[in-house]
Design a protein around this ligand. Sequence first.
Ligand code: CAA
Length: 258
Amino acid sequence: MSFVNYDQDGAVAVITINREKALNALNSQVLDDLDTTLNNVDTDVVRCLIITGAGPKSFVAGADIGEMSALTKEEAEFFGRKGNAVFRKIETFPIPVIAAVNGFALGGGCELSMACDIRIAADNALFGQPEVGLGITPGFGGTQRLARLIPVGLAKQMVYATTNIDANQAKACGLVNDVYPQEELMPAAKKLAGKIAKNAPIAVRHCKQAINEGLDLNMDKAIDLEAKLFGGCFESGDQKEGMDAFLNKRKHEPFQNK
Ligand code: CAA
């Protein structure tokens, strides 16, 4: 039995972390299942992914504290690297990934959401990094991504003082783009994913690569990277169709991903 469900509907697919009785906490098996699920996404067809948690209460309540409690230093480092490898796979996944945060996003849950390109949240979402209260640091990227996404002082407060922030506070500091009543979250995620999926897939992929890799470069190198990726779009039929449609004042045909 897998702890991860995968539902594909045309160009949009939903990954659901499904370990509801433990509030979708990430143990080694959940991480392995998530990794396998990602490896099996048909990115020739799927153009946008959504990640959410099973049930009404929790996105992901963190890494599994029971499993971590007995780890040695070496085993803990291995576990941290394992989670980081899966989350980095999401961050560098060729297509955009939306986190639909439906409740607790604590520790590894907040970290999972931050590996995604875009976060939207239900009004019951709660974000936090409670690790120092357990005697550990965040281990799946929390010390790195949070301070890159929100003001560094707020990130440090969340990490040092274990201050949680609710959905509206997360929106106010830019951690999430929008907040919805619980029942409207998945429809909103699917609507946004559908909108992304309708745009030229090669261009969208190039945008993800340009934004993510460019953030780690100085501006000269970053705009050079953009120039290459911009140029690369001109080998695609979708560029020809998109521009021809504009110039001939017609609606473009569905983009072909080539
Ligand atoms: N690991 C393992 N089990 C967890 C869990 C976690 N992170 N979070 C919740 N659960 C389990 C609980 O143990 C409980 O199981 P039982 O029914 O078998 O007792 C079940 O989920 C339901 O949880 P609660 O009864 O505690 O539910 P609640 O509504 O009263 O509280 C909560 C919800 C505030 C999220 C609380 O469960 C909680 O504080 N969970 C831990 C959150 C946390 O500290 N996360 C960070 C983990 S460390 C980490 O993530 C490190 C890293 O960066 C890699």
